[in-house]
Design a protein around this ligand. Structure first.
Ligand code: CTP
Length: 449
């Protein structure tokens, strides 16, 4: 009996998949089909898979060609499978020519001609209207957004808005290749040209810009801090729900696969009950940067607080009992370095943020049985360990992380706009509002608002 094996995502099952499976089966007597998990696809840079794995398996099954269906969830599995199932022929479509020649050492490798003019990527593109996205603000983060948006499907960044001519001039120079229209006068006119906005303007303008955009029926991805008060934040989420549009706060680590995996490990009970979370985020900002020169809205907390608070709220919850701040200020009166202590009924947390103080950017989650440590920079979550009293017992995780993180957040925003997937569990409205609550305590205490 000749055993054949093939692998694929088989998303939005199409004729190309059908023909590939038909010919794969014809190569032998018994066909094994490996269907990839979402997690594995994400790790190899495919972020936009639409059909859940059960549906993709069902579609492969319905062709009647597969004698056995397995799940592919990790790098290196192909070698294991070939040996485990005694495979004679490994086959894939011709888009993979050469990529799997190394498997010739174990079995015969056959690349089958790909069916022309059809792919899941094409279907994903045509099943949704392309979302026209506008950038509000033209600073460094807007430039990074443009570069990363190319890796998410379903959107086109077409315009930008900023009344600050100096910033627009730089943006036009740095981003000429993207051919973005820039509006400098009329925000309402700019909004008319788009379906969604990414708000990356100065902190104090986020709430107003978001509110106007939501009122105009536009989806909003808004940089942190979303607002300065809990009431404003609540109002924005209510408005988004009322208008039937998406509102997401852009705390990018929340959307990274590695961070989600860390949360799963923390919640699995492995390290017992969680008693303490420590998160640090520091980046020495350039001396002439806005965060170091804006006497009112500059400073480490407003810039980075959301990043460091996010894992605390995700892990310990929204219902903290008290929060205290301690800062080292600069000559402008803004904070160079701030420590935030949060007390929960049965746990505590510390967030540290610095823009003129550099510290180790790690995340530690301490429990009654052990702890999780995500090494610096934890917000990319490329690696983390679970450690115990017995120092020989270390479990090491190395989730895949591609790009600079924004693509995960952008993909999530698009998936939500297109109605794919369940609720926004990665960072819920309630969690985002709780983070704004802490921002409010800080801004009130310091007389910023
Ligand atoms: N395939 C094919 N002809 C096509 C599309 C896919 O023969 N027109 C083959 C691929 O070469 C692979 C298998 O079908 O062996 C599963 O491919 P998959 O990556 O799931 O499908 P694509 O449509 O290529 O997906 P995407 O656009 O997301 O890369």
């Amino acid at each position: 009996m000749t055993k054949v094996i093939t692998y694929g995502t088989f998303d939005l099952f199409h004729e190309g998949h059908y023909k590939l499976l038909e010919r794969a089966k014809a190569l032998g007597d018994y066909l094994i089909v490996g269907v990839t998990t979402e997690h594995f696809d994400e790790a190899r840079g495919k972020f936009n898979v639409i059909d859940p794995i059960m549906k993709r398996i069902e579609n492969v099954k319905n062709t009647g060609f597969a004698d056995m269906i397995i799940v592919e969830d990790h790098e290196g599995q192909k070698i294991e499978d070939i040996q485990k199932y005694g495979v004679d022929i490994f086959t894939l479509g011709s888009d993979w020519v050469g990529a799997f020649d190394y498997l010739n050492a174990l079995c015969k490798v056959v690349y089958l001609e790909r069916t022309p003019n059809i792919s899941s990527t094409m279907l994903r593109g045509s099943s949704f209207k392309i979302t026209k996205v506008g950038l509000v603000g033209t600073g460094r983060i807007a430039e990074r957004f443009l570069a990363e948006a190319r890796y998410a499907s379903g959107l086109a960044v077409i315009s930008a808005y900023n009344p600050d001519m100096e910033s627009v001039k730089n943006f036009k120079k740095n981003c000429a290749e993207y051919e973005i229209e820039v509006e400098t006068e009329d925000y309402a006119r700019f909004l008319k040209s788009v379906d969604a906005v990414y708000i990356a303007s100065t902190h104090e303008t986020h709430y107003e810009y978001a509110k106007i955009a939501l009122n105009a029926g536009k989806h909003v991805l808004c940089e942190k801090p979303l607002a300065f008060t809990r009431t404003e934040s609540e109002e924005l989420y209510k408005l988004a729900a009322y208008k039937g549009v998406i509102l997401m706060e852009a705390i990018k680590a929340a959307y990274c696969p590695g961070f989600q995996q860390l949360l799963n490990v923390v919640q699995s009970g492995k390290i017992g009950e969680i008693k303490d979370v420590e998160a640090c985020f520091s980046r020495i900002a350039r001396i002439e940067s806005r965060e170091r020169t804006d006497a009112r809205y500059g400073g480490a907390f407003l810039e980075y607080g959301g990043n460091a608070l996010m894992p605390i709220i995700k892990i310990l919850g929204k219902d903290y009992e008290s929060v205290t701040f301690d800062s080292i200020d600069n000559e402008l009166g803004t904070d160079d370095y701030t420590k935030i202590q949060i007390r929960y009924k049965d746990a505590m947390a510390t967030a540290k943020v610095g823009m003129a103080v550099k510290s180790e950017g790690q995340l530690i989650v301490a429990g009654t049985k052990g702890y999780v440590i995500a090494q610096s920079p934890w917000w990319l979550t490329e690696k983390f360990d679970v450690r115990y009293e017995d120092e020989n017992l270390i479990e090491h995780y190395e989730p895949k992380f591609i790009g600079d993180g924004l693509r995960y957040e952008i993909s999530e925003f698009m998936a939500k706009i297109h109605g794919i997937g369940e609720k926004n569990y990665k960072l819920t409205a309630g969690e985002s509002i709780a983070i704004t609550g802490i921002v409010e305590e800080f801004t009130r205490k310091r007389g910023i608002i």
